[in-house]
Write a new protein. Structure first.
Lengths: 277, 262
């Protein structure tokens, strides 16, 4: 399944610990130079006038839009609304996905019973749940969380399942030799032993949720960054749209590079379970 | 203490079945150190796992202290070749694993793990994680984990097979020291003649598959043994003669399997 991608999500990034220890490396500088080049290109396209000015903001206009929406509290209010839904949605996906993944990973019967249904549900894009979600929960928090949950549960579910199913059989032998009770085994061996997969699953779940939330908020919400971007369309404010998009990018970047890397540092790296990064 | 009677193990394969162990009879007395020596693929590790209760026998019985073995039990502990330590637990937590699994509270576990870690010379590594330790140190932790549950029978599955020659020799001496201190009955699987003759009170030589007990060699020499002595050299030659036919057979079997699967 394409959601299982331990290597692809971790291998591409510069090792975070190394980056902090030695200051800015050549690679980091190069990366930021490209970002700067992109902004200059953006400015150039604006100056040439490929698109009419009311549809294509300049970088300065976007900075001004940032300042303005920060001052009037709109940006923070909408960011907070999105982040809140995102965290609740991801937490629910983990709360259901991890135990379900453990069950599927450790029981052939459970797999036979539940996998066909999971595989049928998995290709349904989160966005497709929105109309139903609105009928069930109305506009706002609940329907958005529902959509995040349903698009985000699959990566965490399938990764946990794979982690449990591929756990070193010798760990299980040790547990049996020392007569570990079932719950003790799950808590002390199955979960920590599958943690590389579980963390990757949460990472992917977080990414999927964050991508879906904007679409969900455009349709079924009157707050949030997605709403802010969509609402700017009616005011012909492309600068606010882009400011919202950049906010989404920044929050995603911070979570990816700081929160999840931190989680890996205090667990997998400490235990020597992370393959050479 | 340990009695194995008419034990067989058969595996079903696509076109019939493989007999891994055939009609094994063996006994180990209390406090005895017995080595199971055989060519690779002879089923010696399978026999150990059956005694551990990890896999069922097809036929025959195993009795420990007069009681039938039907699964793992508190009277046995296993030391695995690949250490099988949990990387997410500290050395202390690994040693205490069997005790925590049995619900022994921390204040009663800690003295046990502290004493055992002193005994295997790892007291100062108590709070480290296994990936900080060398192979030899990991295996000491694994031995301490096994001793922590105070088993009657210690089962060791090629525990030093992954170690380099020098570490291996040090570990063999260490094991004898610990064995004398804790007075356990040991069943020790190895494919090394040297190791078997250096460690065991007796050496059970196994045949190639289907595994049977081919010979029972009593090694009565005082420990520590001088492997270069005349008697032990003679014993080694005799054991090698016993084993070389079996090694040849085992290799032929492996080649046949390789041809079938290639």
């Amino acid at each position: 399944m394409s959601e299982i991608a331990i290597e692809s999500t971790t291998a591409a990034r510069v090792h975070p610990a190394r980056r902090r220890r030695r200051g800015l490396s050549r690679e980091t500088k190069l990366g930021w130079a490209t970002v700067l080049g992109f902004v200059l290109l953006w400015k150039l396209v604006h100056t040439i006038g490929v698109f009419p000015p009311w549809a294509f903001p300049s970088p300065e206009q976007v900075v001004m839009a940032f300042v303005k929406t920060l001052r009037n509290g709109e940006l923070l209010k909408n960011t907070w609304a999105s982040v809140g839904r995102q965290l609740v949605g991801v937490a629910l996906a983990a709360l259901v996905g991890i135990p379900l993944g453990i069950t599927l990973g450790s029981s052939r019967t459970a797999r036979a019973a539940l996998l066909p249904l999971c595989r049928l549900m998995y290709p349904i894009p989160g966005i497709a749940w929105i109309p139903l979600a609105i009928l069930w929960f109305g506009i706002g928090f609940k329907s958005t969380v529902f959509v995040i949950f349903f698009s985000g549960i699959w990566p965490i579910l399938f990764n946990t399942m794979t982690g449990v199913a591929t756990l070193d059989g010798q760990y299980t032998d040790v547990a049996r030799v020392y007569l570990a009770p079932r719950l003790f085994y799950v808590r002390r061996i199955l979960i920590p032993g599958s943690l590389p997969y579980i963390i990757t699953g949460i990472r992917l779940t977080y990414g999927v949720g964050w991508r879906v939330i904007v679409g969900a908020e455009m349709i079924s919400s009157i707050t949030g960054l997605g709403f802010m971007i969509d609402d700017a369309r009616w005011q012909l404010r492309p600068d606010i749209m882009v400011a919202g998009m950049i906010t989404i990018a920044l929050i995603g970047w911070v979570m990816e590079n700081w929160a999840f890397d931190w989680l890996e540092r205090v667990t997998l790296e400490r235990w020597g379970m992370k393959s050479a990064a | 203490m340990l009695e194995v009677r008419a034990l067989s193990k058969r595996y079903a394969v696509d076109d019939g079945e493989i007999v891994a162990l055939a009609e094994i009879d063996a006994a180990v007395a209390e406090g005895e150190f017995v080595c199971l020596l055989g060519p690779s693929g002879c089923g010696k590790s399978t026999l150990l796992k059956i005694v551990a209760g990890l896999i069922p026998a097809s036929d025959g019985t195993i009795r420990i202290g007069g009681r039938d073995v039907t699964g793992p039990g508190p009277d046995r502990a296993v030391v695995f070749q690949d250490y099988a330590l949990f990387p997410w637990m500290t050395v202390t937590d690994n040693v205490e694993f069997g005790l925590s699994a049995r619900g022994v509270p921390p204040e009663r576990r800690h003295p046990v793990s502290a004493e055992l870690l002193r005994a295997v010379g790892l007291a100062e590594f108590a709070q480290k994680y296994p990936h900080h330790l060398s192979g030899g140190m990991k295996q000491r932790v694994s031995i301490a984990r096994a001793l922590a549950v105070d088993p009657v029978l210690l089962l060791m599955d090629e525990p030093f097979g992954a170690l380099d020659a020098q570490t291996r020799f040090v570990m063999q001496r260490e094991l004898l020291r610990v064995w004398r201190a804790y007075r356990k009955t040991v069943l020790f699987v190895t494919h090394s003649i040297e190791e078997a003759l250096y460690l065991g009170d007796r050496v059970l030589v196994m045949t190639a598959r289907p595994g049977r007990i081919k010979a029972n060699i009593v090694v009565a020499h005082e420990r520590p043994r001088d492997m270069a002595s005349v008697e032990l050299t003679r014993l080694r030659t005799r054991t090698l003669e016993l084993l070389s036919d079996e090694i040849a057979k085992s290799m032929a079997q492996e080649e046949a399997t390789a041809e079938l699967t290639s």
